[in-house]
Structure formats: C-alpha cells, structure tokens
Unconditional design. Structure first.
Ligand code: C5P
Length: 189
C-alpha cells in the first residue's frame, strides 16, 4: 500500500501486534515502526511481491492507488523528435493486484480493499467488493475535501457481505485503528 492511509493502517496493524509486511511504491514519508518495508517501483512488481507475501498471511489490505495503465514499453535512450510526426504512446492495463490476491491459491482469510468514489459511493463500493472477491471494502467519499487524498482526516463506511457500518470523520490514524479492530474481530469469528 502507499500514502497516508496505507501507512496509518500498517502502523495500526503493528500496534495491534501483527507482523506487518508493507509493500509500497516511492513515497516521501518515513514508514511506521515495526513494519518490514518492501519497496517497489511498478504495479507489476507490487503484484509479484503481493502474491509472494500473501502466502502465509492472515490478512491482506490493499490501500495503494494503483495506476490503471502503464506504458507498453520504456525507451533506454532519449526519444528524438521526428519532424512534427506525433509520438504515440501505447498504454496497457496493469494487473488488478487485490483481485489477483483474492483469487490466488494462497489467499489470506481476510482480503480488504478500498473504494474511493465520487458518486453513488455505497452502490459502487458494494459492486467492487463482489467483483474483486473481497471480504471487506472500505468506501471513501473522495468528492469531499475533508476525506480525500492528502487530507489528515477521513470518514469511511465498512462493507462486508453481511454488515455495513460507518466511521465518522476522524484522523487517518484513528480511522486506521477502527478498521484494524473490525478486521481483527472478523478474523476471530
Ligand atoms: O478499481 P479501483 O481502483 O477503484 O479499486 C480500488 C481497490 O483495488 C483498492 O483496494 C486498490 O488498492 C485496489 N487495486 C489494486 N490493483 C489495481 C487497482 C486497484 O489492487 N490495479
């Protein structure tokens, strides 16, 4: 995972006594204490690491905002201009990491994802949970400046097959602790 919510979750998991493997892209933040960081620089690498590390894990939380596409190829050399001819960049789809984890033969008991939406939040999140094969999805309204990327705070809705409940506006750290408590309660069931 990457960014503030991912780091807050990793910290809260460690605080709750879990052994935490944090796979993250380039970020300019210090990771929380007592987590093992696995740095990656592409979605493909993140997917490979996730599949390796999810074997033997009880919980997988996917909080990374993964790019939907990547360039099909990268040039080792400087690309020269060609007399006004447009440069066509072909993009190919990245793997859906959390869906791969949820389908893997070494699937953790709990696979938890995020749904950042700007409209029809709950419907889109419910649909995403089912389609990706997740046990829990955390729905996050990113049309609200209080709860979007870059904010210190968040407000979310936890959605499972049988239950939905809301966590009102609080610091990302407090939200993370509440999510981890809900995940731990589901694991014990
Ligand atoms: O499809 P969308 O990007 O809205 O789904 C969000 C959830 O899926 C998040 O948990 C995100 O980390 C995960 N995801 C992923 N791999 C992708 C895209 C999203 O694991 N390529």
């Amino acid at each position: 995972s990457s960014g503030k919510m991912g780091f807050a979750l990793a910290g809260a998991c460690a605080e709750a006594g879990a052994q935490v493997e944090l796979i993250c892209g380039p970020v300019h933040m210090d990771p929380p204490d007592r987590v093992t960081v696995h740095p990656v620089t592409s979605a493909t690498e993140m997917c490979e690491q996730a599949l390796v590390l999810c074997a033997g894990a009880d919980v997988f939380i996917g909080a990374a905002a993964v790019a939907d596409y990547r360039p099909e190829s990268a040039s080792a050399e400087k690309i020269k201009k060609a007399d006004g001819t447009p440069l066509i960049l072909t993009l190919v789809e990245n793997p859906d990491i959390i869906a791969c984890v949820a389908q893997s033969s070494s699937r953790p008991s709990m696979v938890v994802g995020f749904a950042a939406e700007t409209a029809s939040l709950m419907d889109h999140a419910r649909e995403k949970r089912q389609r990706k094969g997740l046990d829990m999805i955390i729905a996050n309204d990113v049309s609200d400046p209080d709860t979007t990327f870059g904010s210190e705070q968040n407000a979310v809705h936890l959605i499972t097959e049988t239950q939905e409940h809301s966590l009102p506006l609080a610091s990302k750290r407090v939200i993370a602790e509440q999510i981890v408590a809900a995940v731990a309660a589901s694991l014990d069931r």
